[in-house]
Design a protein around this ligand. Structure first.
Ligand SMILES: C[S@@+](CC[C@H](N)C(=O)[O-])C[C@H]1O[C@@H](n2cnc3c(N)ncnc32)[C@H](O)[C@@H]1O
Length: 272
């Protein structure tokens, strides 16, 4: 691929001109590759290739990337693959163990593997985990308690297979188990505030999230989060991740406008 010209004074990343400009589009379509069995257990894993594009835009080689709700470790894997140091927190051992196994395997294959560390912990306690200063955070929270809802569009096929999780856990500290929307938002914002304290000045943080429909009501989680996080980080433009590989449901057919929500917001913030 023609990368374009190297940039003379590039303080943000190691990209060349054409790569930089390609990332500036405010939306993208991503079709994830089929998942391997080691990471199939988790109900909401993100594709490493997608995360790698964000990491290579928002950091230089050798810098430190954090995911405070790491799941099966997509962000950490993408960080190592692109030569960045990888740090993470995940509440559930079952996901963290699988992530650590994948990280170690990848690290063993690399000539000069960057440091990586994934802790099993509640991200609310991230300040006690002794992480270094972070150059970029990319993460995605539980989408409130939506995985508990029968018929949640992305979970239907998984319910037919008993061996796969359809929600993360029954743990009280799991944000996905909080029923009250505002309580959920308060707890999530509290964690992100702690994460922001670990970021160096001028570092970016990307949160991948969706607005939510529940019982006929729209809960604008992405927009509410953008507002709440603006109390401690500066909101920059979002990128919209469009999905065109999901099954369409005939919601509201014949009587009302109910969309098939096939996009996520990648909300970009900066510590300024
Ligand atoms: C949307 S998933 C993240 C998926 C991840 N990006 C991946 O690709 O595998 C959200 C994760 O947050 C974790 N989680 C929920 N509450 C948490 C908490 N208080 N501290 C840390 N992790 C938490 C869940 O166990 C779940 O794995």
């Amino acid at each position: 691929m023609d990368r374009g010209k190297p940039l003379k004074h590039n303080r943000l990343n190691d990209l060349h001109s054409k790569e930089w400009i390609k990332f500036q589009k405010s939306w993208f379509i991503h079709r994830p590759a089929r998942r391997q069995s080691a990471v199939l257990l988790h109900p909401a894993k993100f594709p490493e290739e997608l995360i790698a594009e964000f990491i290579t835009f928002f950091t230089k080689q050798g810098q430190a990337v954090l995911d405070p709700m790491a799941g099966t470790g997509s962000a950490l894997i993408a960080a190592l693959q692109t030569g960045r140091r990888a740090y993470g927190v995940e509440l559930q051992d079952k996901y963290a163990d699988s992530a650590r196994e994948r990280l170690q395997k990848l690290s063993d294959e690399l000539d000069d593997p960057p440091e990586h560390r994934l802790e099993t912990a509640n991200a609310a306690n991230i300040a006690d985990l002794d992480f270094p200063e972070i150059d970029y955070c990319i993460t995605s929270p539980p989408y409130w308690d939506m995985l508990h809802r029968k018929g949640f569009d992305t979970q239907q096929e998984r319910r037919e297979d008993d061996s796969l999780d359809v929600h993360y856990s029954d743990d009280e500290a799991d944000l996905g188990n909080i029923e009250d929307y505002h309580h959920f938002l308060d707890n999530l914002t509290h964690i992100y505030r702690k994460v922001a304290e670990l970021l160096r000045e001028q570092a970016y943080m990307t949160v991948i999230v969706k607005n939510i429909k529940k019982g006929g009501t729209i809960y604008p989680l992405a927009w509410d989060l953008a507002g709440r996080m603006s109390e401690f980080l500066t909101l920059k433009d979002e990128k919209i991740w469009c999905q065109d590989d999901l099954r369409l449901g005939p919601y509201g057919m014949g009587y009302a406008w109910v969309s098939n929500t096939m996009h996520h917001y990648c909300l970009n913030f900066r510590k300024e």
